[in-house]
Design a protein around this ligand. Sequence first.
Ligand SMILES: *Cc1c(COP(=O)(O)O)cnc(C)c1O
Length: 438
Amino acid sequence: MIAYTEEQQSMATSIDADVERRHWFDWRWHIKHTIRDIATFERLLGVEFEPEERRDLEETAARFPLSITPYYLSLIDRENFRQDPVYKQAFPVSQELQVEPHDMADPLHEDQDSPVPGITHRYPDRVLFHVANVCSMYCRHCTRKRKVGDIDSIPDRTIMQAGIDYIRETERVRDVLLSGGDPLMLSDDMLDWLLTELRAIPHVEVIRIGSRMPVVLPYRITPELTAMLSRHHPLWLNTHFNHPVEFSPASRQALRRLADAGIPLGNQSVLLAEVNDCPRIMTSLVHKLVASRVRPYYLYQCDLSEGLTHFRTPVGKGIEIIENLIGHTSGFAVPTYVIDAPGGGGKIPIMPNYLISWSANKVVLRNYEGVICTYREPDDYPSRFCDRKCATCNLQLDTGDSYEHDPLGISKLLADYDETFSLVPQDNERLERREDEE
Ligand SMILES: *Cc1c(COP(=O)(O)O)cnc(C)c1O
């Protein structure tokens, strides 16, 4: 049985005089009672803002709405709430209204890479499918901040059908990521229907769900939900813990239920100034994740979305964190640090440099301790020409069930079987001049 602390009880009673114990553990009660205004927040947390600050906060919340579940609110340390990582992720600050010249509403061009409403198709073999435009809690650092609170509704089946049809017609899509909003805002029945539709598409190999429910409303992870999800394997789930204080008996139980249902779990954190921009905090976070069978997947550099200025760190902070993880702790506890490229370039991995130098037959490397060593490369590697005629190659590959793709990007430059020897930006002046001369 999960604890129902005295603090939670008194908070629940101030929200809803008729509350019973069972309500606190009912996710729908939390959705119904999400905190959406400054005054309620003050009352529940027993704090009071100066009139001027309250005015600023209300102005900010009018532009970027606020929504916190009672559960997530109950994690805030009220004695020291201004420094609290949960408070900072959930509560507006007036700096959000400072839009910098390089900020963008949609830095990742998700709307432009969208063939049908709800789908972002960026990479060759996988799509992002926005199946809900609501969340139980609005992260202040949301990259889709422009959309938060737009239309507080769940798309109906006819809208989702367009996305399903696109996936069915696009045979290269082997991986579907359900995102949003939070897909777990859908009812179990609706999700079951959606997963059944997707599963019926032969080329869809894996389905992934991106959800912050284990962190902000762990009671959503009911035995009924996990039983339903486990009927749609292979199904993966990525969640979003940013700080060790987000671990509670309830969140651990949610993760346990998901893992026990055979769902591989991953975590995507965002590097946030004054929240988790510290190697020690990050080490503690990844250790808690792996202890709950969650693999740290990505650590994101904060996007250039509007309203996130105060959360951004230099890229060097992320590299420093990764430097403090690699070698120092279990390999599977280290996430890949990525920058999601503005303009829709996708996620680009960033790493400390380990390769120091290189000769014709040796590489010079350094390890996490600063020890410098060499690796002697083979003298007689049979550098065979790959003509991509895999059926006649000595290496054994079942070409029938292996994914075939056209060469693309840098892999195209590396390929023996492709004639391309350079990639040239569209607006290269030198080449434009050449064309003019012709
Ligand atoms: C992140 C993302 C994906 C998935 O990327 P992975 O690296 O496979 O996790 C797919 N589509 C879009 C648009 C994304 O932003």
